[in-house]
Design a protein around this ligand. Sequence first.
Ligand SMILES: [Zn+2]
Length: 231
Amino acid sequence: MVDATPAAFAANSPSRYWYEGAAEQFADFGLDVLLGGGRQYFDGEARKDGRDLLGELCADADCVGTAEELAAYSPDDRPLVGFFSADDMDELEQRPVGVPAMVEAALARLQRDPDGFVAVFESEATDNAGHDNVSLERATADILEFDRAVGVALDFARRTPGTLVIATADHETGGFSLAEMEQDFELAYTTGGHTAALVPLFAEGPLAEQFAGIRDNDEIGRLLMEIVQGW
Ligand SMILES: [Zn+2]
């Protein structure tokens, strides 16, 4: 939860690695939904300052900790908080809860807000897969899981007019491309790091046209802020 992409929406920090500080800002922000991994940064027994952010958050929220509890969740006006692992949830087979299930539960809670909402969903798995140059099969499974999560959001948007859905990546990882080998072309990784390759940027719903064309990645956040402020 407190990794760079989600943290940028609820915390402000000189370093992306100050996870405990970001967790504190998450707890103080008053978020309606908080679902994912990274429990150790909220746990008073694991935090350096001993502050029990978990206890604070759960004092006035529906708190879940397993896939079964999330599936049984029925939304009310209290925040929904779910920590499913102490650290990242990046291994698809070992992930206690899938991204689509978290998107589903989050939207069920957030649609109760008559003023609307902003929700951010991140899959870290595809980035880690690129760093590790995993098999094509593994990489595809991670991408398909993210695709199913986008599907849940699009289903919601199509029955909830006025919803803007944006799906994108902050960068490509692994330099995965059709590379020239000795006699042939093959799908291959060309690095274990991030690349400057163009990434997809999809948008559907009101103002989607503002996301058309080729854009610098920092423009997306600015556009989002303008849209939310003018909504
Ligand atoms: Zn990365």
